[in-house]
Design a binder for this molecule. Structure first.
Ligand SMILES: *[C@@H]1O[C@H](CO)[C@@H](O)[C@H](O)[C@H]1NC(C)=O
Ligand SMILES: *[C@@H]1O[C@H](CO)[C@@H](O)[C@H](O)[C@H]1NC(C)=O
Ligand SMILES: *[C@@H]1O[C@H](CO)[C@@H](O)[C@H](O)[C@H]1NC(C)=O
Ligand SMILES: *[C@@H]1O[C@H](CO)[C@@H](O)[C@H](O)[C@H]1NC(C)=O
Ligand SMILES: *[C@@H]1O[C@H](CO)[C@@H](O)[C@H](O)[C@H]1NC(C)=O
Ligand SMILES: *[C@@H]1O[C@H](CO)[C@@H](O)[C@H](O)[C@H]1NC(C)=O
Ligand SMILES: *[C@@H]1O[C@H](CO)[C@@H](O)[C@H](O)[C@H]1NC(C)=O
Length: 423
């Protein structure tokens, strides 16, 4: 009754089923006029069924569906329209004039490859995981050029492309080849990670089109016409190990960029490297006014003081809200002190709102500043004070941080209870 793929007997059965002649001729590809829909369980598969394109329930709203390419076992690596979700009556169709369209049940085109009338004769999912739209002689469009949040082996991730996940964006900087991570919301953009790997190789050069790739052996390479040889950006911790597995890079929903490996059929990916070593340094990880700290090993989200409450108690990552808004206590606000706490400050804010003042002035200048909501005195010997005037702030608390921060609240400030070991 249960289908357990890890059972050797079942595996043998699975293998032989896969050798049966497929319903669609893979060699000829998927012909014009073909349609996939959530209702039927059909898929478009690569020749050896390593990757397939089909509808899967949307991770954010399970009654809706996403057209996704998944690796054998179920790990998604791409989706049409970056996760655009349709209802059960919708479809993904390759029109008679060669456009690939994601269509809702009411007929609205939610996403399209914009290849109509360009000579597309068929589609195919390749063994690499690349969905291609091709004429008889050339590839006219490929999913590898339009990544969502994942880069697989043999995929070129080039400067100018973005990976996105919620408010987070990953890109490779065109001139330096630096890996960059940004948080964006409306017109606010914060670059919380910007790192060059082996700047002895890249530092003196202006690159033209740096490209990031995941090698089959687990090395992450940066290549560019200006570089004599590839620069190693990261070593997967299991690098050099071989086997029937997929390796990939992904911008995760928590704003970190990681390398993974996954054995065929397992459906489970194992982290092999992460760009941001300290998760609490990811801007916005705990939402607006949220405070990131560690409970031993895992990052956890809380609020600055009892003047705040979680915006969504069932998801602390959604941040905190004031119990009394600042505009409801004009002239009667106070700066509550938060020890060993930093309000994360990255470019561009790091440049405009940084001052060399002592800890008392760091507190008082924010109290006096109408738009200032919080401040951080680094207390690391630099004499630096950051004033937070943004309407979105993100905090980090750790006994290892020398910084002292202040948050503006309506009088009186009510500190959090000290962590009690008995609870
Ligand atoms: C499919 O698998 C067979 C057997 O492992 C292999 O010989 C063949 O090269 C594979 N085809 C592709 C396109 O990878
Ligand atoms: C990736 O880049 C290499 C080198 O430029 C190229 O040979 C290869 O065809 C590219 N792969 C894809 C899938 O575009
Ligand atoms: C990538 O993001 C940047 C800024 O967020 C934007 O200007 C650019 O158009 C995006 N590129 C693509 C290919 O979406
Ligand atoms: C690239 O990253 C290095 C740190 O690794 C930094 O010093 C440099 O300023 C960055 N370059 C750009 C153009 O952002
Ligand atoms: C950095 O790049 C240079 C030139 O390609 C290379 O000789 C050196 O070994 C690299 N260093 C590291 C740590 O990868
Ligand atoms: C820390 O938090 C994680 C995630 O919420 C939880 O799974 C884990 O049990 C917690 N560990 C401790 C020691 O409280
Ligand atoms: C400030 O607010 C507190 C508590 O609401 C109140 O007791 C106090 O009188 C207020 N002070 C001023 C100067 O308004």
């Amino acid at each position: 009754m249960r289908t357990r793929q890890e059972h050797p007997g079942d595996l043998a059965l699975l293998c032989c089923l896969l050798l049966l002649p497929p319903l669609l001729s893979h060699g000829a590809g998927i012909p014009l006029g073909s349609t996939l829909s959530p209702g039927n369980s059909a898929s478009w598969s690569s020749p050896n069924n390593t990757f397939s394109l089909s509808f899967t329930p949307s991770p954010t709203s399970p009654s809706l569906f996403v057209a996704a390419i998944t690796y054998a076992g179920g790990i998604p690596v791409w989706s049409a329209g970056a996760g655009a979700a349709i209802d059960s009556r919708g479809s993904l169709r390759l029109t008679s004039n060669g456009d690939l369209q994601l269509v809702t049940g009411s007929g609205a085109v939610l996403w399209s490859s914009n290849t109509g009338g360009q000579g597309v004769a068929a589609a195919a999912v390749q063994e690499s995981g690349n969905l291609v739209l091709k004429s008889s002689t050339a590839i006219l469009w490929q999913s590898f050029d339009h990544p969502t949040d994942t880069v697989v082996m043999s995929q070129n991730f080039t400067s100018g492309m973005n990976l996105t996940s919620g408010p987070y964006v990953f890109a490779v900087d065109t001139s330096s080849g630096n890996l960059t991570l940004r948080w964006t919301s409306g017109s606010n953009t914060v670059t919380y990670f910007n790192k060059g790997y082996n700047t002895t190789a890249t530092g003196s050069k202006t690159l033209s089109s740096p490209t990031l790739t995941m090698q089959t052996n687990g090395l992450v390479f940066l290549t560019d016409g200006q570089l004599a040889s590839p620069v190693v950006v990261a070593y997967s911790s299991n690098y050099g190990e071989s086997g029937d597995m997929m390796r990939f890079l992904r911008l995760d929903a928590d704003g970190n960029f990681r390398a993974y490996s996954a054995a065929r059929g397992s459906g489970a990916a194992t982290e092999q490297w992460s760009a941001v070593a300290d998760q609490c340094q990811v801007f916005g990880y705990c939402g607006n006014m949220g405070v990131c700290s560690y409970n031993g090993t895992s990052p956890v989200c809380g609020c600055p003081s009892r003047n705040f409450e979680l915006s969504n108690p069932s998801n602390p990552r959604e941040g905190c809200k004031r119990k009394v808004d600042l505009q409801n206590c004009p002239g009667n606000s106070t700066m509550l002190q938060l020890d060993n706490t930093q309000f994360l400050t990255y470019p561009p804010e790091a440049i405009t709102e940084t001052f060399f003042v002592g800890i008392t002035a760091c507190r008082l200048n924010c109290l006096a500043g109408g738009s200032c909501v919080a401040s951080t005195a680094l207390s690391d010997g630099s004499g630096l004070c950051f004033l937070k005037i943004s309407n979105f702030v993100s905090a980090y608390q750790s006994p290892a941080l020398p910084s002292t921060s202040f948050v503006k609240v309506c009088f009186p400030g009510i500190p959090n209870p000290p962590p009690s070991p008995s609870r």
